[in-house]
Design a protein around this ligand. Structure first.
Ligand SMILES: Nc1nc2c(ncn2[C@@H]2O[C@H](COP(=O)(O)OP(=O)(O)OP(=O)(O)O)[C@@H](O)[C@H]2O)c(=O)[nH]1
Ligand SMILES: [Mg+2]
Length: 314
């Protein structure tokens, strides 16, 4: 592993970490290469409170997100919470994070279609945009995904208020996914949002975006593999994140994030229609929506009831 690659992880995590810093390993002569398409959720993600999805669950999730004539479908856009449609009952999950962290790109990868606008300039998404997934002709959508405007650079100043109104007031919301940039780690405004989520008991989960940037330093076309050392270091980084996303309950303002951190790359293809780590994100979305993937005669047999929102939400 190259020393520069090691530096990409360690200092940023230490910034807010209370855990012991991880020593930076010296480069090894010829690190074992792992093919990116062979990396499993257990390699890319950390699961403390949940089980890593198995192959059948990942396949089920991938199938549900396959684009069709009825999915994905743009349902609505809103710039203010009070203008969001209240009639829909389908479970919703929202994607939040700093401007330019890769929310819209991630959602395009998840939905298998470029339905969200993306840009290299921060501040591209200006409204909440809702997309329905898993719909059939004449049928309701199974889950609604929300692409949110980013916070921080080039964001609307009043957006923070609207986002909190949505997160606290939206009955259909099952989970907020907060994206953090793998290369930059947790910044002050990310830490502030995580703290707000805890204070208002909003169910949330962390996803690290752009993991290609830390798994491999090569240009896009050369990104076919990652060294075993880098995969181990990614796991170390995720373990280091635990006290930050799940602070000690004795000092925490409220419930922490789900004990499951995902990493993915919306721009790394690992097979036909497959991007790195996106299958695990799809499974996490379905789990949040209470769709467990039990199959019987080709139909979904059982959908566990959607988790109730904590009663402590004001
Ligand atoms: N290397 C790499 N770049 C990515 C990835 N995902 C997104 N990007 C790039 O990051 C930039 C921002 O992507 P967006 O998806 O528009 O980010 P966003 O969070 O929706 O941004 P706002 O709407 O402005 O808040 C674009 O230049 C993308 O090409 C990824 O997985 N890897
Ligand atoms: Mg966007």
């Amino acid at each position: 592993m190259r020393a520069s690659a090691a530096r990409a992880f360690a200092p940023k995590v230490r910034l807010y970490s209370t855990a012991q810093a991880i020593p930076i390993a010296k480069p090894t002569a010829s690190p074992n290469k792992r093919s990116l398409q062979d990396l499993t959720p257990s390699d890319l993600c950390a699961y403390w409170d949940t089980q890593p999805p198995n192959t059948a669950q990942l396949t089920f999730a991938d199938k549900l997100f396959v684009p069709s004539r009825h999915s994905p479908i743009k349902l609505w856009s809103a710039s203010k919470f009070r203008t969001t449609p209240m009639s829909s009952m389908e479970p919703e999950v929202a994607f939040l994070g700093r401007s330019n962290v890769g929310k819209s790109s991630l959602l395009n990868a998840v939905m298998g279609q470029d339905v969200c606008w993306t840009s290299s300039k921060p501040g591209r998404t200006r409204e909440m945009n809702a997309f329905g997934i898993g719909g059939t002709k004449g049928g309701e959508h199974k889950v609604v995904l929300l692409d949110m405007p980013g916070y921080g650079k080039a964001s609307r100043t009043e957006w923070g208020m609207e986002i909190m109104k949505y997160l606290q007031g939206r009955k259909q919301l099952r989970r907020a996914f907060i994206l953090l940039d793998s290369e930059h780690g947790i910044k002050k405004n990310d830490a502030d949002i995580l703290s707000l989520f805890r204070r208002y008991a909003i169910p949330h989960q962390v996803i690290f975006s752009k993991v290609d940037k830390v798994l491999s330093r090569k240009k896009k076309q050369g990104k076919t593999g990652a060294s075993s050392v880098m995969v181990e270091r990614l796991q170390d980084m995720l373990q280091d994140m635990r006290p930050l996303v799940q602070p000690d309950p004795r000092v925490s303002e409220g419930p922490g994030a789900l004990g499951e951190i995902l990493t993915c790359s919306a721009e790394t293809t690992v097979g036909p229609g497959r991007k790195l780590g996106i299958d695990a994100v799809r499974w996490a979305i379905l789990s949040a929506a209470g769709i467990d993937g039990s199959l019987e005669g080709g139909q979904l047999a059982a959908e566990s009831p959607a988790p109730e929102k904590p009663s402590s939400i004001p």
